[in-house]
Ligand binder design. Structure first.
Ligand SMILES: [Zn+2]
Length: 418
């Protein structure tokens, strides 16, 4: 059990089954908005971007911090995507913990986690048990109200574009329980943390898609407006280093959903609430422990910066390069290995920052930040070396290339950034 931040609001290290249960691809409802539809919004906003920013700004005076609940997707011991020995549910917990630390250190946030890697936060476990009947009643009444509003034409039922994998009922109940807990505890913001999977896929082979996506509440829900604003900011930061999911519908980056429990199915959560699918479980940067550590840290940091952007404090926290992978130090030789390695990962981040990666003619999805030295990195190096007149290291990372790249990150050359 870990506690962050101030007293009462203990952090919950726990879990939650997330709702994108079964890994997903499940999801998704995509909605075309029309002005006539927005005119009919029925639920009043339970939280707004303005309210959140006001609370944030007042923290030094009021000492009342923003309350963020982090929900590592799936249960401590089951559920979620798996690839070889890599389990999504563990990555979710690792990333949540790194993000929690950034938020707590910032000073504006109180952070609760539903679970850690090894089990539920006892506060949640106790809540699920003690409030079992209340949670069931809450789910029934929210769903009945939703049905009534749809029947009366006050709320539009969105058509599903893809079938949901129905979350197992006890998992679903815990997800609704988390929503209710968040409502009971005046949580301002909920972030569900996941990694994705592609179907069909052979268990030992990578799947077709890569990249991240953020699911937000469908626009009629009372937490939709604030969530959309926050998600937009987080999206921009993540998109700097990472590709957006190549899966159709997810490729818009921020996807509204009416059915996901985590974002507020049946208008069940008051707080701004989103699901971030940070990438696909089989992506190479998640496979080797040292590169995985770097990748999770960077994903968490970019999420934190996105929140800082939303609250207008990014300039205070970002540092000069806005990435945990920069500035490029380039002190270690870069080699090709069969699995991702940290030197290539750092090199790619530097090349992304300077606009050489992905190389021209390639997409972010085809040439992602991966830690693998292959045709993408060689083409980027080739362009870089051409530009800087390095003739004898073409396509390989020699000392001259590293030295040139290193120079671009020296403080007096910041203006070279593209
Ligand atoms: Zn998941």
């Amino acid at each position: 059990m870990q506690f962050f931040g101030t007293t009462m609001f203990a952090i919950l290290l726990l879990t939650m089954g997330t709702f994108l249960a079964g890994n997903s691809k499940e999801v998704v409802t995509f909605i075309e908005k029309t002005s006539s539809m927005s005119a009919s919004v029925f639920f009043t906003q339970s939280t707004t971007a303005t309210q959140l920013r006001t609370t944030f700004k007042a923290v030094p005076e009021t000492k009342k911090k923003l309350r963020i609940l982090l929900v590592p997707g799936h249960e401590p011991n089951f559920g979620g995507a798996e690839y070889l020995d890599i389990k999504e549910r563990d990555l979710n917990a690792d990333l949540a913990l790194i993000l929690a630390r950034y938020l707590v250190e910032d000073g504006h946030y109180e952070v609760a986690m539903t679970r850690g890697k090894d089990g539920w936060n006892p506060d949640f476990q106790n809540y699920f048990t003690a409030k079992d009947e209340e949670i069931k009643a809450f789910v029934r009444s929210q769903k009945m109200e939703m049905v009534r509003l749809i029947e009366e034409g006050k709320v539009f039922k969105m058509s599903k574009q893809a079938p949901h994998n129905a979350a197992q009922s006890d998992v679903a109940l815990r997800l609704f329980g988390i929503n209710k807990w968040a409502n009971d505890h005046q949580i301002d913001m909920v972030i569900h943390i996941h990694f994705n999977d592609s179907f069909p896929r052979k268990p030992t082979l990578p799947g077709e898609h890569n990249g991240f996506t953020i699911y937000t509440p469908e626009y009629q829900y009372s937490n939709s407006q604030a969530t959309a604003e926050i998600a937009k900011n987080i999206f921009k930061r993540l998109a700097r280093m990472f590709p957006v999911s190549s899966l159709p519908k997810e490729d818009q980056g921020v996807v509204e959903d009416q059915d996901l429990i985590a974002v507020g199915n049946s208008n069940s959560v008051d707080a701004a609430s989103m699901v971030i699918e940070y990438g696909y479980i089989y992506e190479p940067q998640l496979r080797t422990p040292d590169v995985r550590r770097l990748a999770l840290k960077e994903l968490a940091f970019q999420t934190y910066l996105g929140l800082a952007d939303f609250f207008g404090e990014a300039s205070l926290v970002a540092g000069s390069h806005g990435s945990t992978l920069l500035p490029y130090e380039g002190n270690t030789p870069v080699k090709k290995t069969s699995l991702a390695n940290a030197e290539v990962f750092a090199l790619q981040a530097a090349l992304i920052d300077k606009g050489f990666y992905p190389p021209s003619g390639y997409t972010r999805n085809a040439c992602p930040l991966s830690g693998l030295l292959g045709p993408c990195t060689r083409a980027a190096l080739d362009a870089f070396q051409y530009k800087f007149g390095i003739k004898d290291e073409r396509g390989v990372v020699g000392e001259k290339t590293r030295a040139e790249l290193r120079k671009l990150f020296q403080p007096n050359l910041m203006s070279v950034r593209r």
